[in-house]
Design a protein around this ligand. Structure first.
Ligand code: NAG
Ligand code: NAG
Ligand code: NAG
Length: 298
């Protein structure tokens, strides 16, 4: 990230006289803090639409038929309210610079596949806020608001993962940061089209990366992606917490490292020691390696 990224001047006033959060923002065009907020709102619109569509589709009887106890749908209602509040808060901060909702396509067809996708989206949301936090250091008030949203996304993810899906509530001691281009790559798969009047965000989607079959730690796995370059040595970087593990790609086969647990992001790179945007060939892909409460979590 260039250091000039942080130099935009921005005037923030946090007013909470009526108890309502308001932080009018006087901005220069396309300053970096506005860009982060626009990107955050783009993701919150997506989550908001995801929950309101699914809860409109699946009533209490549908959740019961899918085998979920009664409290599950009620908690999802609460999560939906949180996402709607995140949207209105970010809209309030951005004013006329706020992007409008897009149209979406979500690959779920029952409450179970909805819950799995909810886990994924909340995890990506947590990683997105973490990965963009550094771009907000010039605006402590905005950073605090983003910091107040991040753990709620992570609590949503932990609750869905453990209470609803009976998997692991966390990966280990650290959340995994994802950069905006990585998040955009994952989110763009769910976005069908956006209003032409929306601001153009300075992010791009990398080619998608697919792991065939059921990848498992210590096992060989076949990956599929459309590479734009040929002839160079490629690697798969497995991102977990603050740790990146690089494994050489042999054609389209890679051996998944032993010891990976929980949600792991994988990226194809042309550098065996750095997974920067400049080195990225495809991905991320999202991998899930559930682990029991009986194993070490480090
Ligand atoms: C690669 O491109 C082809 C042709 O556009 C497409 O059908 C295929 O799904 C792509 N593969 C991946 C992994 O994106
Ligand atoms: C990173 O992950 C690899 C593979 O799981 C492991 O061998 C290594 O010890 C980890 N490094 C850190 C710093 O956690
Ligand atoms: C990989 O990236 C590192 C860090 O940016 C850099 O020092 C190194 O030269 C790169 N290696 C190759 C083969 O490009």
């Amino acid at each position: 990230m260039k250091s000039t990224f942080f130099t935009a001047s921005i005037v923030i006033a946090v007013a909470s006289a009526s108890g309502a959060l308001a932080f009018p923002l006087v901005k220069r065009a396309a300053d970096p803090v506005t860009t982060v907020l626009q990107f955050a709102l783009t993701l919150e619109h997506l989550e908001n639409a995801f929950y309101s569509q699914a809860l409109g589709k699946f009533d209490a009887a549908a959740f019961a038929k899918a085998g979920f106890p009664e409290f599950v749908r009620g908690r999802f209602e609460q999560i939906a309210e949180h996402e709607a509040t995140h949207v209105s808060t970010l809209q309030g901060a951005l004013g006329s610079a706020a992007p409008a909702p897009c149209t979406y396509s979500f690959p779920y067809n029952d409450p179970n596949s909805f819950a799995s996708l909810a886990m994924t989206l909340e995890g990506v949301g947590s990683s997105a806020y973490l990965g963009s936090a550094g771009n907000l250091v010039s605006s402590p008030a905005v950073l605090q608001v983003a910091g107040a949203i991040l753990p709620i996304e992570a609590r949503h993810n932990g609750w869905i993962t453990s209470s609803v899906l009976h998997q692991q509530p966390w990966n280990g001691a650290f959340e995994t940061p994802l950069g905006p281009n990585q998040v955009f790559t994952l989110a763009s798969g769910f976005i069908t089209s956006c209003p032409a009047s929306n601001p153009t965000l300075p992010f791009k989607a990398f080619p998608s990366l697919v792991f065939e079959g059921s990848p498992a730690p210590g096992q060989k796995s076949t990956v599929d992606f459309n590479a734009t370059s040929t002839g160079e040595s490629l690697f798969v970087a497995f991102l977990s917490g603050l740790n990146s593990t690089f494994v050489p790609l042999d054609g389209k086969t890679v051996t998944v490292p032993k010891g990976l647990q929980g949600t792991v992001y994988a990226v194809v790179t042309n550098n065996g020691s750095a997974s920067s945007d400049a080195n990225t060939v495809a991905g991320p892909a999202i991998l899930q390696f559930p682990f029991s409460s009986q194993v070490s979590n480090s």
